[in-house]
Design a protein around this ligand. Structure first.
Ligand SMILES: Cc1cc2nc3c(=O)[nH]c(=O)nc-3n(C[C@H](O)[C@H](O)[C@H](O)COP(=O)(O)OP(=O)(O)OC[C@H]3O[C@@H](n4cnc5c(N)ncnc54)[C@H](O)[C@@H]3O)c2cc1C
Length: 380
């Protein structure tokens, strides 16, 4: 009998898990991978789109390229999840699974920050990044704020990256002196588990005259007075606002009865939820790592190992370590890296690698290797 696996969400976690199960189980696998979109894109490509470095088409990878033994991709919107019976409903049909994997990521509650929709901008959705590509060129002078509206948020370095890339953009346009840039984040440092990466970022902000405002978040945008209001009541005038919206679990997950305190709890060893043979991986969980693709991918590897072990009537002996490497854009074509480990020691720790052109090539390989493994597209 083939193992019927239904994977909800073809993002970082869903793609990695489906690839491993296909490679390992092959003919024994009957896996349905469901996503509402027709193409995949890396989170970091939104920064490239927003600053006009790449076109939308150049960063989108169509799911129609997936060709893996035992895997069928379905472009459908999931409307209901019944974890107790491992039944999933989409706008087209109903699926029943032996093993269900929820990898639906984090969604945004943009309305939670009054004024953000009408008077600000956000670059965390693809559409938001595309809109900003049109808006940013009209910003010629004044104050730009990169502001986080809630925690947790995806990819903790991404607000710092946006501020540094905006500096580059304005410098290249010859208008940096006419503009000021502020960065508002709710943490005490840019990357809390890595003091060295945080120090390097703060030094880069100082060198570029970017005002760094830690431990604050943006609670509303006052459009009539063009002010961003922070959680301590501070009012900051702006001419351009680049927001990071409040994150929430997707609505269909919130309705499923799987969520506690906003996200799906899982056991750290196997990524199992409290429902038998139902796993959850990536940003949709509260596993204890940041919301980032590398951690979704790591969780997918562990969940896949557990599913394969159970299929072979064994137990996966390698629990999830919560380790991953995140690249950090410093601008000027230089990229740093932080290797973070969340679960091996008594507390999370990160090792910083200084920004360099060599690491830019490393990040390029990170993208192209996933493109090859997940979609069979070789760009090297
Ligand atoms: C600006 C920015 C920069 C980033 N940079 C990095 C980086 O450099 N490195 C890094 O590791 N991470 C980065 N990230 C974070 C990274 O993109 C996410 O953390 C990662 O994609 C999470 O993977 P996931 O599999 O949990 O969810 P996702 O990749 O978000 O996948 C979830 C999928 O579920 C689908 N879905 C949701 N609801 C439904 C539904 N009802 N029906 C059908 N399908 C549905 C979605 O369409 C989506 O494809 C960045 C994010 C942003 C916004």
């Amino acid at each position: 009998m083939k193992l019927r696996v239904v994977v909800l969400g073809a993002g970082f976690g869903g793609m990695e898990l489906s690839s491993i199960l296909s490679e390992t189980l092959g003919d024994d696998l009957d896996l349905t991978l469901i996503d509402q979109n027709d193409s995949f894109y890396f989170g970091f490509s939104k920064l490239d789109v927003m600053f006009g470095r790449k076109s939308s088409d150049a960063v989108k990878i169509p799911y129609s390229s997936i060709s893996k033994p035992g895997v069928q991709f379905r472009k459908e919107t999931i409307t209901s999840i019944q974890p107790a019976t491992r039944t999933v409903t989409t706008q087209n049909t109903v699926y029943e699974a032996d093993v269900l994997v929820v990898a639906l990521g984090a969604d945004y509650d943009i309305q939670a920050t009054p004024g953000l929709v009408e008077f600000g901008n956000e670059y965390y959705t693809f559409e938001g990044a595309e809109k900003l590509r049109e808006v940013i060129p009209s910003f010629r002078k004044g104050h730009a704020i990169v502001g986080v509206c809630g925690a947790p948020f995806k990819c903790p370095p991404a607000p710092s990256e946006a501020a540094l890339m905006l500096h580059d953009y304005l410098s290249t346009a010859g208008i940096r002196d006419a503009c000021t840039i502020s960065l508002v984040i709710p943490y005490g440092s840019p990357i809390p588990p890595s003091p060295d990466s945080s120090k390097a970022l703060i030094k880069a902000f100082e060198e570029r005259n970017i005002q760094f405002i830690p431990q604050r978040k943006v609670t509303s945008i006052d459009g009539s007075r063009k002010l961003a209001v922070l959680d301590d009541g501070t009012e900051m005038p702006f001419d351009l606002f680049l927001g990071i919206p409040k994150h929430v679990a997707p609505d269909v997950v919130l309705q499923s009865g799987m969520v506690e305190n906003g996200w799906i709890p899982v056991d750290r060893a196997h990524l199992l939820t409290k429902f038998p043979n139902v796993y959850a991986i990536g940003d949709v969980t509260s596993v204890g790592t940041p919301k980032a693709g590398v951690f979704a991918e790591g969780a997918a590897k562990t969940a896949a190992a557990s599913i394969i072990a159970a299929f072979n009537k064994k137990e996966n002996q390698s629990p999830y370590t919560g380790a991953g490497s995140c690249y950090i854009e410093f601008g000027k074509g230089e990229i740093g890296r932080v290797d973070v480990d969340f679960f091996s020691g008594p507390k999370p720790f990160g090792i910083h690698h200084d920004a360099s052109a060599a690491l830019a090539a490393d990040k390029e390989y990170f993208g192209s290797s996933r493109k090859a493994r997940w979609f069979g597209i070789n760009t090297a």
